[in-house]
Design a protein around this ligand. Structure first.
Ligand SMILES: Nc1nc2c(c(=O)[nH]1)N[C@H]1C(S)=C(S)[C@@H](COP(=O)(O)O)O[C@H]1N2
Ligand SMILES: [Mo]
Length: 313
C-alpha cells in the first residue's frame, strides 16, 4: 500500500502508537455512511490503505477546540459561527471538478476521493491572526489526485474554489458580504505537489465536520491557515498565478505565498509569536515563538531558493 514517507522526516517524528486513530471508527462513519449511501461498500476496503508517519511531537489541540474555534466566513465572522451556523450545510453528495491544463480532466465523486490512500497527518496550523493548533487530519496527498488528471507541461499553478450555496451558507447571503464569493486560493504546482500538501477528508479520525470544511479541504501546513481552502468544488491547473480571496480583499496585508514567517510582521500585528489554542491567553508567557515555515523549513525551504522571503507575506 502506498505510504508517503520521504527520508527527510526524522525518526522522532514518527507517529507513536497511541496517537494512531481508531481507523475502525473512521470506516464506520465515513465509509459506512457515505459509501453505503452511494452503494459502493467495497470501497471501504481501500480506506484500510490509510497509513501515515507524519506527525509533530506536540500535544494535540483538543477536538472540541478544533471543531468549535474556526474561520469559515461563509458561515459568519465569529469563531463560533461556523459550528453554530453550518447545520443546514449538506456535504453529500459532492463532486470536485479537476480541469484546466490537464490531459484528463475529470469530475471526482466523493466516494472516489474517500477511496484514495488515506493517511493520518498531525500538523501544526498557524492562522495569520497569530493563533495556532496541532491538528490530526485524515487525508491524502494532493499530488495523488493531480497524477490522475495528468497535468500538462505548461501547468505552473493550481487554483482552488469553494462551493457557493447561499441557501446553506448564511455568510454568503444577506446585505453585508464579508468577502467576495466563491472563496478562492492557489498554489504553485511544486507547492501543490509537495508531499506535505494534503486534501483532508477527516479530522480526529472522523469525517470533517461542516465547520472544518466538509467534505474536503486543503491543508498546507507551512503556510498561514487562510491558504487551507474549505469545501472545495473545483481545482484548476493553470499557467498564471491564480487569484486568492484574501489577497484580493487586502493585498497589502495578505500575499499569494503566505508562508509562515516570524520575521515579516502583519501590518497590524507581530508574527513573531503565537497563541496555541488551549494553552491559555493571547498575551504573555504562554505565547510560543512562531517558527519559520511553521516548523517545516527542512522540508520546504528549498521551494523558495532565491526568493526574497521578506517580501513573502
Ligand atoms: N472557504 C473558506 N476556506 C477557509 C476560510 C474561509 O473563511 N472560507 N478560512 C481560512 C482560515 S483564515 C483559516 S485559519 C482556516 C481555518 O481552518 P479550521 O477552522 O479548520 O481550523 O481555514 C481557511 N479556509
Ligand atoms: Mo486564518
Amino acid at each position: 500500500m502506498p505510504v508517503y514517507r520521504p527520508p527527510r522526516i526524522p525518526a522522532r517524528d514518527i507517529t507513536p502508537e497511541h496517537l494512531f486513530f481508531n481507523r475502525r471508527s473512521f470506516l464506520a462513519t465515513a465509509a459506512g455512511g457515505m459509501l453505503a449511501a452511494a452503494g459502493t461498500p467495497a470501497l471501504a476496503e481501500a480506506l484500510k490503505a490509510a497509513e501515515s508517519r507524519y506527525t509533530v511531537d506536540e500535544k494535540l489541540t483538543p477536538e472540541k477546540d478544533v471543531t468549535s474555534y474556526n474561520n469559515f466566513y461563509e458561515f459568519g465572522l465569529g469563531k463560533g459561527d461556523p459550528a453554530a451556523n453550518s447545520e443546514k450545510f449538506k456535504p453529500t453528495p459532492w463532486t470536485v471538478k479537476v480541469d484546466g491544463l490537464v490531459g484528463k480532466p475529470k469530475e471526482f465523486g466523493l466516494e472516489e476521493l474517500l477511496a484514495m490512500p488515506l493517511e493520518d497527518r498531525v500538523y501544526r496550523m498557524r492562522c495569520v491572526e497569530a493563533w495556532s493548533m496541532v491538528i490530526p487530519w485524515v487525508g491524502f496527498p494532493l499530488s495523488a489526485l493531480l497524477d490522475k488528471v495528468e497535468p500538462l507541461g505548461d501547468a505552473k499553478y493550481v487554483a482552488f474554489e469553494t462551493i457557493v450555496r447561499p441557501e446553506e451558507m448564511p455568510g454568503q447571503s444577506g446585505y453585508f458580504q464579508s468577502l467576495p464569493w466563491p472563496y478562492l486560493e492557489g498554489l504553485r504546482l511544486d507547492e501543490a505537489r509537495h508531499p506535505l500538501t494534503i486534501l483532508s477528508v477527516g479530522v480526529y479520525g472522523k469525517t470533517l465536520p461542516n465547520q472544518n470544511g466538509a467534505p474536503i479541504r486543503l491543508v498546507v501546513p507551512w503556510k498561514y491557515g487562510f491558504k487551507g481552502i474549505k469545501s472545495i468544488v473545483r481545482i484548476t491547473l493553470t499557467d498564471k498565478q491564480p487569484p486568492s480571496t484574501w489577497n484580493i480583499s487586502a493585498p497589502q496585508e495578505y500575499g499569494f505565498y503566505a508562508n509562515v514567517n516570524p520575521e515579516v510582521d502583519h501590518p497590524r500585528w507581530s508574527q513573531a509569536s503565537e497563541n496555541r489554542i488551549g494553552e491559555g491567553g493571547f498575551f504573555g508567557a504562554n505565547r510560543r515563538p512562531t517558527l519559520p515555515f511553521n516548523g517545516y523549513g527542512e522540508e520546504v525551504a528549498s521551494l523558495y531558493a532565491g526568493m526574497d522571503l521578506r517580501a513573502n507575506y
